[in-house]
Write a protein that binds this ligand. Structure first.
Ligand code: GDP
Length: 429
């Protein structure tokens, strides 16, 4: 059985916690897209960890953790992360890396920085991890797959060819030093040594594992609204954040994905530039930011303060639909316990008309939120295990959201750790 965990919003919905929880019953956990540009925060008995590239199953000894072909693999960062968790007492996890995964080159990171510098005020708010230059090169067919490291002669020829183009840009567009082909070759040989024990034909491995009835978990990064096709283009990430892409980025049949758990946060946050209709500012935003998540809403990778907003039914309904959601996990609701009144965005106003379907970017930029205000519950709900025991107004909030988004909320997360989860029957399932 294959299950996917993905986000409905702009990322940071709490997928890490859900993946960590669901990894418990998984034999295999796979990252299928993205790179070290975002992070999951996981709190468990070993401590608190920010994972960027490692699949969230690394804390269990029964799981095999896979880097799928769809990932942007930053080799140095990957092994630093392994070192980091093992130095904190986590046993060395079982890892497999797709022979078709492509590697983030040191120059991808440089190009990301140089391009954001060049754009100045018009920049994308990139985390400068090299992700956009990496995926551009992948589709321009000048990327480097892991398997290429094992064919040194052709690798050398390719390095020379690719650097011819890169060095022109470095010199004439960015006015920066050129890259030496021999140095890059040495770096790649170092990567080869690091990767060799883990390289695997992942799609063949998964085909067999699925036939044997293994439980497979696809772990998404970011959320629907950052998808390059269905998100708020161009303020998106460079690889698909949708469960459907799990089939491609891992190499398994699409019909095997039976469960799609879409993680939805009880309020909104976003990083980077782009339209954010239910955004709030000033003290109101700062209060929510400070109380948000587990220790405040600050980027797991960049530590940047996140942009904050009220829950957005329009964006979330769309985010869930485009994922093909079978179950919604509604997270971080405990954070809202301080509010007397909780505004929720139930529609968008655009040129005097009311929209309840999420529009394309140019329209979105001009939308104003239509808010409905619900009563708060003014108590700490952490530690509650049964849905019935939640305060009445908290249940009303959950049911209000479920009705507006039209997808079943079957899990409610009321705290950062594995056990802070309430299962719920939904009429929509
Ligand atoms: P991801 O990128 O979707 O995995 O999101 P993050 O890892 O950034 O998760 C957001 C933060 O919320 C992390 O610090 C989590 O530990 C924390 N978190 C997850 N679920 C809950 C919850 O239900 N309540 C609280 N208070 N924090 C949570």
């Amino acid at each position: 059985m294959v299950r996917a965990i993905v986000g409905a919003n702009w990322g940071d919905e709490g997928k890490g916690k859900l993946t960590d929880m669901m990894s418990q019953e998984s034999d295999i956990v796979i990252r299928f897209q993205g790179g070290a540009n975002a992070g999951h925060t996981i709190v468990n008995h070993y401590g608190k960890f920010a994972l960027h590239t490692l699949p969230s199953g690394v804390f269990y000894d029964h799981t095999t953790n896979i880097i799928g072909n769809g990932v942007a693999l930053d080799v140095e960062k990957f092994f630093n992360e392994v070192k980091d968790i093992t130095s904190k007492g986590v046993p060395m996890p079982k890892i497999l890396i797709s022979d078709r995964a492509q590697m983030v080159m040191p120059y991808h990171v440089l190009f990301d920085q140089y391009e954001e510098e060049r754009l100045g005020k018009a920049s994308f708010g990139s985390t400068k991890s090299g992700i956009a230059p990496f995926y551009s090169d992948k589709y321009a067919k000048i990327g480097f797959q892991v398997q290429e490291l094992f064919h040194e002669d052709t690798l050398k020829v390719k390095i020379a060819r690719v650097l011819e183009q890169k060095n022109v840009l470095l010199e004439h567009l960015y006015h920066k030093p050129a890259i030496d082909p021999d140095e890059l070759f040495e770096t790649l040989m170092r990567y080869k040594e690091m990767l060799e024990p883990y390289v695997c034909d992942v799609s063949a491995y998964l085909w067999k594992a699925i036939k044997e009835g293994k439980n497979v978990l696809l772990e998404g990064q970011l959320g629907s609204l950052k998808d390059p096709d269905h998100g708020i283009y161009p303020m998106v990430t460079s690889s698909s954040t949708l469960a459907a892409y799990g089939a491609i980025g891992a190499g398994l049949p699409p019909y095997e994905i039976k469960t799609i758990v879409t993680v939805v946060k009880a309020y909104s946050s976003a990083v980077g530039a782009g339209a954010f209709v239910s955004e709030i500012f000033g003290d109101e935003a700062e209060e929510l930011r400070k109380r948000g998540g587990d220790g405040g809403e600050y980027g797991a990778t960049t530590h940047r303060p996140r942009r904050m907003g009220w829950f957005d039914c329009v964006a979330t309904k769309y985010g869930c639909r485009i994922q093909g959601t079978t179950d919604v996990a509604f997270t971080v609701i405990d954070v809202l316990g301080y509010l007397d009144k909780i505004p929720v965005c139930v529609g968008y106003e655009y040129e005097g008309k009311l929209l309840d379907d999420f529009p394309t970017t140019q329209v979105l930029e001009k939308c104003k939120p239509v808010l409905e205000v619900l009563d708060g519950w003014k108590t700490d709900i952490r530690g509650i295990k049964n849905y019935e025991d939640l305060p009445e107004n908290c249940k009303k909030y959950i049911e209000f959201v479920e009705q507006h988004i039209g997808f079943p909320i079957t899990m409610v997360s009321n705290g950062p750790s594995r056990d802070d989860i309430i299962y719920r029957e939904s009429k929509l399932k």
